[in-house]
Design a protein around this ligand. Structure first.
Ligand SMILES: Nc1nc2c(ncn2[C@@H]2O[C@H](COP(=O)(O)OP(=O)(O)OP(=O)(O)O)[C@@H](O)[C@H]2O)c(=O)[nH]1
Ligand SMILES: [Mg+2]
Length: 374
């Protein structure tokens, strides 16, 4: 593409991280990866990567072979100092994993609430970096002690704090409004069923199929950033409210989970939580994603007995039944629910299962646990 942003990516050599980092970058509109460099460790103090690798990158970006690179993306959290050192060496802008995820989120946010959540995450990202940046600028570990440097930092931090509490107030307002809505729904007595899972596991595709909606779905990561609720008729006498949510990702910083908490809380307080796992991936990837999802769910203190694991993207039942057995064994799931939103496999059974699990005695005794992690 003519006006694409040309970047180089520095990530880890293991295939999961490498592929995920590429998908993240490619989820940004018009980004083109010119070259990928890998490093086993990205925690060296000066540049993140080792000095040898940093020099190799320097000569690549300054050489004619690169055809002009505009940004360097490092698939790890970097300190301001590491970013500064690398920018100085390469004379290019450096973006770390957190910045990358924030950029994707900002390019996608459409609802007022998701925009506020991203603003909040943005401030939380900047906060520790303000002090660090001033240390670098002054060339001292204790910048401008008692002088102008400290004054400027304090003013900036105070300003960020003020912005943070302003956004938090707005978010609380949005949250209260939703709680009110939630209570109104409780009065109508419709059970709430939410779809959660790793980004790109197929939540929105299933949501669209079940509720006959037309929300955007794609291979890009973080296609969905705000929750949507629609009603769904499970059988002739049961109606539920189905909630589609933002996806999870591994190595997501705590403050980002925090920023999205208010949106997730609503869905995680649901009567039934369907945890979608993409069964078409390699067993290693499934294992990593499954445990990342549980880490987020645990961080958000979700009631495990309400979680039902669903293996998705099971398009060809003849070809993959052995794979399903392998996944079930690996994740310690007994007789998991398997579906294909594309082919329709298991959808009727899923609805029947939702109906059964939402019967009042199930809701109170938490019998979904037979299908979940202990
Ligand atoms: N083959 C196949 N592909 C599917 C199925 N379900 C979803 N997909 C594809 O998987 C990709 C991701 O689907 P989405 O529904 O956008 O996934 P999501 O979980 O909502 O993703 P985020 O919103 O990014 O968190 C899309 O390209 C879908 O077409 C399925 O049953 N079979
Ligand atoms: Mg989605």
């Amino acid at each position: 593409m003519e006006n694409s942003t040309r970047v180089i990516l520095i990530t880890y050599p293991d295939s999961f991280r490498l592929e995920e980092a590429k998908s993240l970058v490619e989820s940004l509109p018009n980004y083109k990866i010119v070259k990928v460099f890998t490093q086993k460790y990205l925690d060296h103090s000066k540049y993140g990567m080792g000095a040898g690798k940093a020099e190799e990158i320097e000569s690549f970006v300054k050489g004619s072979e690169s055809g002009g690179v505009q940004q360097i993306i490092v698939d790890e959290h970097l300190t301001t100092k590491q970013i500064h050192n690398l920018e100085k060496l390469t004379e290019l802008q450096v973006i770390d994993r957190e910045r990358l995820i924030l950029n994707i989120f900002s390019s996608r946010a459409t609802s007022t609430e998701s925009k506020l959540q991203i603003q909040l995450a943005e401030i939380k990202y900047q906060f520790p970096r303000v002090r660090e940046a001033s240390k670098i600028a002054s060339g001292s570990e204790r910048p401008g002690k008692g002088g102008m440097g400290e004054y400027v930092v304090d003013v900036k931090l105070r300003d960020l704090k003020r912005q943070m509490s302003f956004i938090q107030q707005k978010l609380e307002y949005a949250h209260r409004k939703r709680n009110l809505y939630h209570h109104q729904r409780m009065e109508t007595d419709f059970p709430v069923v939410s779809l959660v899972g790793y980004t790109s596991s197929g939540k929105t595709t299933l949501f669209n199929l079940l509720t006959e909606s037309n929300k955007e779905t794609s291979d890009d990561l973080f296609t969905t950033l705000s929750t949507t609720t629609r009603s769904l008729k499970i059988n002739s006498n049961t109606k539920v409210l189905l909630v589609d949510t933002v996806g999870f990702i591994s190595r997501l910083p705590h403050y980002m989970v925090d920023a999205f908490k208010s949106t997730l809380e609503e869905s995680l307080g649901a009567d039934l939580i369907l945890l979608l796992i993409d069964s078409s991936e390699s067993i290693e990837d499934i294992r990593i994603k499954y445990s990342s999802c549980w880490n987020v769910l645990e961080e958000l203190k979700v009631d495990k007995s309400r979680v039902l694991v669903i293996l998705t993207k099971y398009d060809d039942e003849n070809m993959h039944s052995e794979k399903i057995r392998e996944i079930a064994k690996d994740l310690e799931l007994s007789d998991p629910m398997v579906i294909s939103s594309k082919g329709g496999y298991g959808i009727h059974k899923l609805k029947t299962m939702i109906g059964q699990l939402l019967l009042p005695h199930h809701l109170h005794s938490g019998t979904t646990s037979t299908k979940t992690r202990n």
